[in-house]
Every structure is written in structure tokens, then in C-alpha cells.
Write a protein that binds this ligand. Structure first.
Ligand code: SAM
Length: 197
């Protein structure tokens, strides 16, 4: 019998992924408009970033994942987006939005700052959670936010607090919200926001 290999990675439509991101991070589309945004642990099919690009929400948005991206990004109008390796990502150029790199050691120039850095369901199975979080805080502009969700009480929450404790309180504050997930659950996860003042 011939074995059929499934080549397609199942993933919901970009608009569904986009609305889930907005909901989980408690963001509105206007919060993203023309902002510099980094999606760390974007997934191998980074449809949130794709949706933002395709719909002109922001062109300064980048996906980072340490696994190879799993689908061809379609030709979005006259723009051909490229997948780039860490080496190719030093200078963020308009076409290089999908970067295969380790989130704990971002290949982006240190002087490039983001208004929003998002980590959605990224912390599971990460060995150096604190390293990943700390690296992201180094790329926040003033007024910028690192938003992480879902954060479960226990290990992940402790790591977030540990990273926050190591930051200068003159420059950073932290907000813990467990009112974002509306589903009725015994233990509600947090949306955690580290904000650079
Ligand atoms: C569960 S998926 C979440 C995907 C997407 N954020 C979403 O919400 O649908 C977690 C992703 O984080 C990536 N990831 C985990 N640790 C990472 C790290 N240290 N650096 C870069 N990517 C990482 C994994 O490869 C995986 O694609």
C-alpha cells in the first residue's frame, strides 16, 4: 500500500488567527496600525503577521520562529515576501518579515525597537523561558509593551516575575490580567504586560 504524506499543515484562516490574537492580547486593530510589531514564536504558519501585511495594518511586523516556516507565503500583490535565516535578518528590510531564529538570541540589530512584542502560546516547552523574555524586553521602545499569553500560575508566572524583578523599575512596569480569557475555567491564565515607560 502506498503511504500518502500529508504536506499541508492545518491552520485556521488568517482572519480567524488574527481575531484570536486580538482577543487573547486584548488589542484592537488600531493598536497595531503602522506600529513596529514582533511576533516571537509565531508558529510555522505565521498567519497573524501575514494578515497584518496583507491588510495594510502595518508593514513593520515580523515573525520569529526557531522552526522552519511550514508554508509558502503567497505573493501578496506586488510584494514578494521572503523567508530569511537569522544571518539575513540583521537589517529588517521591507520584504523580510519571516525570520527563522532563536527567540532567546534575536538576530535583529540592538537599536531597532518595537512598540509591541507578542508571545502567544510560545512559552510551552521553552527551556530558557527567562532568557526568551529578557531578550524581548531589550527591544522595547519607550511606551512599548511585551504581551505574553496565556501565562499559567506556577512556573511561567514565576519566570515572568523573575525577569521583571531584574529590570529597572524606573523604566518598566508589569500588569497581570486574568479577565481576558472569557471561557469558564477553574484556573484562568494571565495576560501579562511588561511595559517600558
Ligand atoms: C504553540 S506555537 C504558537 C504559535 C502562534 N504563536 C499561535 O498562537 O498560534 C509555539 C511556537 O513557538 C515557537 N518557539 C518556541 N520556543 C521558541 C524559541 N525559543 N524561539 C523561537 N520560537 C520558539 C515554536 O517553534 C512554535 O512554532
Amino acid at each position: 500500500m502506498e503511504l500518502k504524506i500529508e504536506k499541508t499543515i492545518f491552520s485556521p484562516e488568517p482572519e480567524v488567527v488574527f481575531s484570536r490574537y486580538l482577543e487573547d492580547f486584548d488589542l484592537k486593530m488600531e493598536d497595531l496600525k503602522d506600529k513596529a510589531v514582533l511576533d516571537v514564536g509565531s508558529g510555522m504558519v505565521p498567519k497573524f503577521v501575514e494578515y497584518c501585511l496583507e491588510n495594510g495594518i502595518t508593514n513593520k511586523i515580523y515573525a520569529i520562529d526557531h522552526w522552519p516556516f511550514g508554508h509558502e507565503i503567497k505573493n501578496l500583490g506586488d510584494l514578494q515576501y521572503e523567508f530569511v535565516s537569522a544571518e539575513g535578518a540583521q537589517n529588517l528590510e521591507s520584504k523580510k518579515h519571516f525570520i527563522q531564529a532563536e527567540g532567546g538570541s534575536l538576530p535583529i540589530k540592538r537599536d531597532f525597537k518595537f512598540h509591541l512584542i507578542l508571545m502567544r502560546a510560545t512559552l510551552d516547552h521553552v527551556s530558557d523561558v527567562a532568557g526568551l523574555l529578557k531578550e524581548a524586553t531589550a527591544y522595547l521602545e519607550h511606551g512599548g509593551e511585551l504581551r505574553v499569553c496565556p501565562v499559567w500560575a506556577g512556573y511561567e508566572a514565576a519566570k515572568l516575575q523573575e525577569v521583571f524583578n531584574g529590570l529597572d523599575k524606573n523604566y518598566f512596569d508589569i500588569e497581570w490580567r486574568n479577565d481576558v480569557v472569557k471561557r469558564d475555567m477553574k484556573d484562568k491564565p494571565y495576560l501579562v504586560i511588561i511595559r517600558k515607560k
